[in-house]
Design a protein around this ligand. Sequence first.
Ligand code: FAD
Length: 417
Amino acid sequence: MRKFSGFALAREAMRGHKGWGRQWASPEPRSDYDVIIIGAGGHGLATAYYLAKEHGVTNVAVLEKGWLGGGNTGRNTTIIRSNYLYDESAGLYDHAVKLWENLSQDINYNVMYSPRGVMMLAHNVHDVQVFKRHIHANRLNGVDNEWLTPEEAKEYCPPLNISQTARYPVMGAALQRRGGTARHDAVAWGYARAASDRGVHVIQNCEVTGVRRGADGAVTGVETSRGFIGAKKVGVVAAGNTSVIMEMAGVRMPLESFPLQALVSEPVKPCFPCVVMSNTVHAYISQSDKGELVIGAGTDQYTSYSQTGGLHIIQHTLDAICEMFPVFTRMRMLRSWGGIVDVTPDRSPIISRTPVPGLFVNCGWGTGGFKATPGSGHVFAHTIAQNAPHAINAGYTMERFTTGRLIDEAAAAAVAH
Ligand SMILES: Cc1cc2nc3c(=O)[nH]c(=O)nc-3n(C[C@H](O)[C@H](O)[C@H](O)COP(=O)(O)OP(=O)(O)OC[C@H]3O[C@@H](n4cnc5c(N)ncnc54)[C@H](O)[C@@H]3O)c2cc1C
């Protein structure tokens, strides 16, 4: 892998950028691997990278049915924050934020991490109470989060309408200054490149169609559109398709899959300095480096694998955006799309071993897993390599849905982007 540096950039500029070469290898699959990761989204690729980097496990393949980053990783609105309510969540998401801070240097790829601040608007007394509770809980966990009055919120984000006669009046806001955004494609490409450089095989256009188990019940490999590939361990990291793949191994998951939509406007000059979320109206907005307003909606009401979604959902979101930011009323929207998010009953992920020996699963990130990508990959790699969870993901088991030891971010927030 050619290292990116100021010197390398200058040298390539002098010779017409002809020397960069391919960023990751596209090898033919081997007959077997120590570890197979199913799904080349950010979480799967990060897992492979940390397996190689931190645990010396390099005989690894990441199998992807489409193209890498073509799932939710390349479809999300890139909000990063760690101000969740429960101790387990603060541990996991803040672990990720700390990795984001140096990720570009670590993988030698600019992921454009931009800690521009995430502001969550309170529109009613319930929101105010919930967010203040979050702020206190976050501070006890060493996670930054602060309360802003409506005037302070407007100062932080000038386009915000704080008129108290608005349909969704702003009664205050919780601000996490370390929150922000990163470039989603770059996260997938950067991890793929860094993992490939350490010997990991990233294999696209290779759909897993079955999970094979031996006489003792343990995993022996996977059937794919390119034939059988053996493996001692298999990690499933397939977001909205996780329950389908786990079913192939005979494991029923506590998951439901829903479409979640996003859309972007025409590009305009920089006018929106931070990320703003409104859980009450299911709308969130930031401005991309290209200048587009990036807007996210809530999930559709019905389960589906369609990767589109109902028009009325994004119409409702745009109604709310125009009410909160009247200056955007005349903006034109360019594109909308959907991804399939996998949702657990308590809206927290599962990062765990499974009842099938050798089979591991990392799923249930729902509407909010992009922010966790580095932390999730880091602790899942540990879980696979050591056959035991990292201290940070010890509580994120499947058993919690039978023992009742939930990490109930569903009750803690209306939505968990
Ligand atoms: C519209 C939208 C907005 C969002 N906004 C945010 C946000 O602002 N902040 C945030 O933190 N999170 C957000 N999320 C959630 C976030 O995108 C996901 O939680 C995260 O990207 C999941 O990453 P992943 O790597 O697990 O999944 P994915 O990127 O979906 O990767 C899974 C991969 O598995 C592959 N796969 C599936 N089945 C098979 C098979 N049989 N064989 C081989 N490969 C297979 C898929 O093709 C896919 O590439 C959003 C999601 C959506 C859809």
